[in-house]
Design a protein around this ligand. Structure first.
Ligand SMILES: *[C@@H]1O[C@H](CO)[C@@H](O)[C@H](O)[C@H]1NC(C)=O
Ligand SMILES: *[C@@H]1O[C@H](CO)[C@@H](O)[C@H](O)[C@H]1NC(C)=O
Length: 359
């Protein structure tokens, strides 16, 4: 073991001295070998939305055709805009389909706002709409809580949730005004270990955390890189995407908010965020067929996009379908896909946002 430890440290030092990208590390091998060129599988009437040119990493549809969108993510190793992140609003029922930036009031530092995964929680008691946002100011991880004012089209910052277990949060799903499940996409809280030792080990070391004001605990672990997370319409199951393992895990919620693994479904692509159609219970995944090209970004040889739907996930035979694919010449690096009626919205980590008709 001593020798293995020594070799690990030596290789880590080698990589630390020879560039920050761990090209030969195990995670990178998964990224390289799992990447492929998508064959275009386009849909009719696609339009690129206005104003959203710096990413739309996560999109959530709520109420009757309203969407909130996180834009401007700065994620280590990936291209990004140099202006602070923003939250956009889109009314899918309006024909102009023009997203607008939501002004934010309250105590949040807008200069360092770096929004990532988002989740909307609507109070069953009074209909108030709350937006939870994973935020990475100065490479840290915390979760911001906002109240959405639909009449005034603005966000009021209410609270910031921080905890040592929320160290590398990628996405969240809210289950109350002060509680949520969160995925950590890395095991080591430390920035240097995240980019050196962790990809080298290439082990399934990441987890899912339950956060509430009464307790914070790890509720599921063993993911190579836990990413998207969402909940079934009946609130009984949690879905977690392991992006490096190309799988969506189904977990059952217990009364104490613990999670018990039910099964996993292979999707054959680097699945990022999960959206759930409230009517059908179908899962919609924004996926990265060629994540390698995301990190080796070259606009002349762009990373593609892929949208995957999973139907009947709880049945014996879930149906996994590729609904859309593009080689990157229309839209690069899709991270999220969601539907409203017959419209499909596709968001990206750092590129544009596409809206298509499903048929
Ligand atoms: C997008 O990024 C560019 C370059 O960083 C910046 O000039 C522009 O204002 C950004 N747009 C929005 C809507 O944030
Ligand atoms: C609405 O309900 C939530 C709980 O679901 C509560 O925290 C909040 O204070 C309520 N707001 C108003 C204005 O009553």
């Amino acid at each position: 073991m001593e020798t293995v430890g020594f070799i690990s440290v030596a290789i880590t030092l080698f990589y630390m001295l020879h560039g920050e990208r761990m090209i030969n590390a195990r995670h990178s091998m998964k990224i390289y070998l799992g990447s492929r060129e998508p064959v275009n599988n386009h849909l009719p009437n696609c339009v690129l939305l206005k104003n959203l040119n710096n990413g739309s990493e996560d999109i959530t549809v709520f109420g009757d055709g309203l969407a909130l969108i996180s834009s401007g993510l700065k994620y280590p190793g990936l291209p990004s805009s140099d202006v602070p992140g923003k939250i956009f609003f889109l009314n899918l029922k309006k024909s102009d389909m023009e997203p607008m930036e939501l002004p934010i009031s309250g105590k949040l530092d807008l200069e360092t706002f770096n929004p990532h995964g988002i989740s909307v929680y609507t109070s069953p008691a009074n209909g108030t709409v709350y937006l939870f946002v994973v935020n990475h100011p100065q490479h840290k991880s915390q979760v911001e809580l906002f109240k959405f004012d639909e009449a005034g089209l603005s966000l009021l910052h209410l609270n910031t949730f921080k905890h040592r277990l929320l160290h590398s949060v990628n996405n969240i799903v809210a289950v109350g005004v002060d509680r949520f499940y969160a995925t950590n996409d890395h095991h080591f809280p430390d920035e240097l270990l995240k980019t050196t030792v962790e990809p080298l080990l290439g082990q399934p070391l990441t987890n899912v955390v339950y956060y509430s004001t009464e307790e914070v605990k790890v509720v599921s672990e063993g993911y190579y890189m836990a990413n998207g997370i969402n909940i079934s319409p009946d609130q009984r199951h949690i879905y977690v995407a392991d992006i490096l393992d190309h799988k969506v895990h189904v977990l059952e919620r217990k009364t104490d908010n613990a999670l018990v693994s039910v099964k996993s479904v292979s999707v054959g692509s680097f699945c990022d965020n999960i959206e759930v159609d409230p009517k059908t219970g179908d899962l919609w995944l924004g996926s990265l067929p060629n994540i390698w090209k995301m990190f080796q970004f070259d606009p002349k040889n762009p990373p593609g996009s892929e949208v995957i739907r999973i139907q009947n996930i709880l049945s014996e035979e879930p149906v996994v379908t590729q609904v859309y694919a593009d080689d990157g010449h229309v839209i690069m690096g899709s991270s999220v896909a969601t539907v409203y009626g017959r419209k499909l919205l596709i968001g990206t980590v750092f590129h544009k946002t596409l809206c298509c008709d499903l048929d």
